[in-house]
Each structure stands twice: as structure tokens, then as C-alpha cells.
Design a protein around this ligand. Structure first.
Ligand code: HEC
Length: 339
């Protein structure tokens, strides 16, 4: 009898721990996989399955780093966005994959992370990372905080040093970069909720940010990756739609990311896919602007656009409520001769 009850309670305990790992996996896939990779083998964020652990291996330490993040190193603090049990479940999931020594599918040779990530037409790659500003003017970043210096953080002490400041990183903080192989890459800004630039013929060289791989990478965070290939379009001027932008997240439709956001009272979705010609970006928008919408684009950039709905004159696109429900703007890359 006695023996039985021990077995019974032990299996109950294991049962609930498994459930937490499963719940944690859902949290992980939703919030963490974009940086740490689908299986935890690393992407923008470090491999969570290898021997190199920066912030500790105990559940408490893992909960602490998830809750507080590592502000200087692009690990967001989750304490305000996730519930305590979601964080604890995510920590259980991370403990369950620790030591698995998985390698990233983007890896070259022995390294678990390649500095040259790549997607394909069928399986575009999405990275949330600091992106270079290129030639974009300050006007484009009307809703960004001007970079603040942050306190230097040391892994050893696990504390920020109140005496020392790291310079703000000169890069686009809320950027999401997507690559469809050689044909098209683009950079979306989740702060402005706006497509910033497109390019073709390569994606990113992340050596500055990740290091050369083989575990050398993560200590060198804080530098911006480089755009590889030809930049075909860069947005200009103030936001084309007036109102405060708010990013709501993204989902994947047949592997293609679709961003969800609002500007003022209007909800939008934006899905960008490659056009017929290399470098062409087809921007599929939907909105719930039943009373119609007006986009005021900079005239120079508008020359690269063709639209399938509404009236488009001198850079101003006017859509009635029906047209605003679903429309596309196709962006041609600027030709080399025209530059
Ligand atoms: C925007 C990218 C990003 C997202 C999203 C992200 N992380 Fe991180 N994470 C990082 C980076 C970068 C580091 C490395 C911090 C450092 O160098 O100190 C890190 C570090 C960690 C560590 C410490 C690893 C170690 O070696 O000690 C854990 C654990 C972790 N993240 C878990 C999570 C969890 C759980 C989530 C989702 C709730 C998450 N991360 C979401 C970027 C991200």
C-alpha cells in the first residue's frame, strides 16, 4: 500500500512537469523562436541547447533572465508581457532542451550559427534584429525613442553597472528583416509599422553581430549586421498615414509573414511577397477603414509604386471604404541607371 502511494504521487508529479514543458513549448514557439530558433539552436539569440550558458542553468536563474531580459544585448524583458506561470513554463521547456546540443539548420561546419542566414522563396526567413539605418532620414523614425545610453551589463555579476554606459546602438531597434533567397529581402519596422527598404541578391552578413560562429559569436553582440546585395527601395519622409502606430504581431500564411498593426483607429495587415521581377515587392494590405483611407507618400518614392485600387496622384493614394479593405502596392526596385 505504502509503496503504491509513493509510485502514484511520483507519477502525478512527473505528469504535471510534462504538462508544464508542453505549455512552455507553446510560449517558446510564440515569443522566443523568432530569436532563439525553432528548436532553440540559435538564430539572433544564442543557442539554448549547447554547453555555453551565460546566465545560469537553474530554473531560478532562467526565470530571472527571461523576466528581466538582457537590455544591452537585445534579449527583451518578458516580466511585463508574460504571466509568471508562462515564464516558469518556458523555463521548464528550456531546461528540457538544455544539453541537447542541437545545431541550427543554418549552420556551416562545426558552428551552430552561421553569420549568413538565408531563406528561400518557399520558406522565407524572418529575423528580428537591429537593422542598419542606410540612407533613411530622421523623419522616417518619428515614433522611435532617440537611442538612450544603457548601463553596461556584465555577465559575471549579472548586474548593470551604474557607473558605466554603453552607447546606444545605431540601428533600427524594432526591425524585422525577411529574406526570400536571392529574389527579395525587405526590412519592416515594427515601431513605425512601415516597410523601410527592400533589396535583392543576398540577405545579411551578421558577423558583426553574431561573430563567426563556433561559439565565438555571442560575446560580440552590439554591432549591426550588414545588408548584402542591391538596395532597390528606401522609404522617404514622414509616415504616409497619420496616427500612432501600434504593432500587434505577425503570423505566417503558407510560410509568408503577415504583420498586424494599427495606425490610429485603423487596423491593418501587410503581407509582402516577391513580384514577377527580381527585387519587386508586392505589398498586400488589408484594413478596416470603412470610411476610406489616404496615404500621402513622398513623391520620389511614389514613382516606384503601382497600385491596384483607388486614385493615385502626386504621391497621394485615396481609397474608398471598399478599396481600403484589400489592395496592393507593388514596389519596383530603383534601377541602377536612375540613381
Ligand atoms: C529579440 C530577440 C530575442 C527574443 C525574442 C528572445 N530572446 Fe532570449 N536572448 C536573446 C539574446 C540576444 C540573448 C543573449 C543575451 C546575452 O548575450 O547576455 C538571449 C538570452 C536568453 C537566455 C540566456 C541564455 C544563456 O546562455 O544563459 C535565455 C534563457 C533566453 N534568452 C530565453 C528566452 C525566452 C524564454 C524567450 C521568449 C519568452 C526569449 N529568450 C526571447 C534574444 C532574444
Amino acid at each position: 500500500m505504502w509503496c503504491r502511494s509513493i509510485v502514484f504521487s511520483a507519477s502525478l508529479f512527473i505528469g504535471s512537469a510534462v504538462a508544464d514543458v508542453k505549455k512552455g513549448e507553446v510560449v517558446y514557439k510564440t515569443y522566443c523562436a523568432s530569436c532563439h530558433g525553432p528548436e532553440g539552436a540559435g538564430l539572433v539569440g544564442p543557442n539554448l541547447t549547447d554547453k555555453e550558458v551565460l546566465h545560469g542553468t537553474s530554473k531560478e536563474e532562467i526565470i530571472k533572465v527571461i523576466t528581466n531580459g538582457v537590455p544591452a544585448k537585445a534579449m527583451p524583458p518578458w516580466g511585463t508581457n508574460l504571466k509568471k506561470d508562462q515564464i516558469a513554463d518556458a523555463a521548464d521547456f528550456i531546461k528540457s532542451i538544455m544539453g541537447k546540443n542541437l545545431t541550427s539548420p543554418f549552420a556551416t561546419g562545426k558552428s551552430s550559427v552561421t553569420p549568413f542566414p538565408k531563406g528561400t522563396l518557399d520558406r522565407p526567413l524572418l529575423m528580428r534584429t537591429y537593422m542598419p539605418v542606410l540612407d533613411l532620414s530622421d523623419e522616417v523614425f518619428g515614433h522611435h525613442d532617440k537611442g538612450k545610453a544603457v548601463h553596461k551589463y556584465t555577465h559575471k555579476s549579472g548586474k548593470e553597472d551604474p557607473e558605466k554606459l554603453d552607447k546606444p546602438i545605431h540601428g533600427i531597434v524594432g526591425a524585422i528583416a525577411v529574406n526570400f533567397g536571392e529574389e527579395l529581402s525587405y526590412c519592416f519596422d515594427s515601431t513605425e509599422c512601415r516597410l523601410l527598404y527592400t533589396w535583392k541578391g543576398g540577405f545579411m552578413d551578421m558577423t558583426n553581430y553574431w561573430g563567426k560562429g563556433a561559439g565565438s559569436g555571442r560575446k560580440r553582440f552590439g554591432y549591426i549586421g550588414k545588408v548584402l546585395g542591391d538596395v532597390g527601395y528606401q522609404t522617404k519622409g514622414k509616415a504616409p498615414v497619420v496616427g500612432t502606430p501600434q504593432f500587434k504581431g505577425y503570423r505566417k500564411l503558407n510560410n509568408i509573414p503577415e504583420f498586424m498593426y494599427s495606425i490610429g483607429d485603423v487596423n491593418f495587415t501587410l503581407k509582402v511577397s516577391p513580384g514577377k521581377k527580381a527585387g519587386e515587392a508586392v505589398c498586400h494590405y488589408t484594413s478596416d477603414a470603412v470610411n476610406g483611407l489616404t496615404f500621402k507618400f513622398n513623391k520620389d518614392e511614389a514613382q516606384l509604386f503601382s497600385v491596384d485600387r483607388g486614385e493615385f496622384k502626386n504621391g497621394t493614394l485615396t481609397l474608398n471604404g471598399t478599396d481600403a479593405a484589400a489592395f496592393t502596392i507593388t514596389i519596383r526596385p530603383i534601377s541602377k541607371e536612375a540613381k
